[in-house]
Each structure stands twice: as structure tokens, then as C-alpha cells.
Design a binder for this molecule. Structure first.
Ligand SMILES: [Zn+2]
Length: 133
């Protein structure tokens, strides 16, 4: 079988989340498919950043977004174009594109990377980030 050829800038979901976690308040662009079954197949593009402290209510979500594979970010376009006080949104593991610090990354799903692109079983390490799937 032919192996998928990756570009140097291609990353997996885990690596994309790491980059977001380390983005230090820099603005970045992401694209991800909605998880809501009603919006299946629809892709959300977002200009976002982390480390915004505006209008945090302190109520909390009642769960840890990271444990659910989500990243909480501040939606820049929403903040600019609406009067919505809550401009925090979640990025899910369907993330497929990340542009951060001038570099564009195609993001491949970590848990499916081996299977889809290398023809390996799912329980092998991800060839990108080397975590056990
Ligand atoms: Zn990975």
C-alpha cells in the first residue's frame, strides 16, 4: 500500500492541542468539524486565542474541558462582532487545521493516524506524537 506523505508542518490532534496550550495568548486560526450530530459535516473556522480573562464569571463549567478533549478559547471574531459577553468557545478533537505564528498546519486525527495513513492497528503508537492510541 502507498504511504501517505506528510509535510514537515503536518501534525496530529495531540500536537495541535499542545501548540494551543503553549500559544501564550497569540492569536491563531483553527478549523474543526462540529461534534453536534445536528451539525454533522459542518466545519467551524475560528480566530481565537487563549489567556483571555475578560468576563469570566467564576461559575465554572462543572467539568474539566481538557478531560473531554476540548480546549477553551476566546473567539476573537465573536468578541468583535457581537455584544455577547461570553465569547469563550470550545475547540474539539475534530481539529483539522491550525495556523499559529505564521505557520499553517494540517492536523490529522491522532487516534486514527496509524490506521488511515500507515495501515497499522489502532493500538500502535501515533507516528506523529508517539503516544499510545
Ligand atoms: Zn498523535
Amino acid at each position: 500500500m502507498t504511504q501517505q506523505v506528510f509535510k514537515d508542518t503536518d501534525i496530529c490532534t495531540t500536537q495541535a492541542f499542545e501548540k494551543i496550550d503553549n500559544s501564550n495568548g497569540k492569536i491563531f486560526r483553527v478549523r474543526f468539524e462540529y461534534k453536534d450530530p445536528k451539525k454533522k459535516g459542518k466545519v467551524r473556522s475560528m480566530l481565537a486565542r487563549t489567556r483571555v480573562k475578560k468576563n469570566i464569571t467564576g461559575k465554572g463549567l462543572g467539568y474539566d474541558p481538557k478531560e473531554k478533549g476540548l480546549r477553551t478559547v476566546y473567539d476573537m471574531a465573536l468578541a468583535r462582532n457581537t455584544n455577547d459577553e461570553n465569547c469563550y468557545r470550545h475547540i474539539n478533537t475534530n481539529i483539522e487545521y491550525l495556523k499559529l505564528g505564521g505557520t499553517e498546519h494540517n492536523v490529522y486525527k491522532c487516534s486514527n493516524l496509524s490506521k488511515y495513513f500507515y495501515g497499522k492497528a489502532e493500538n500502535e503508537n501515533c507516528p506523529m506524537c508517539n503516544t499510545k492510541l
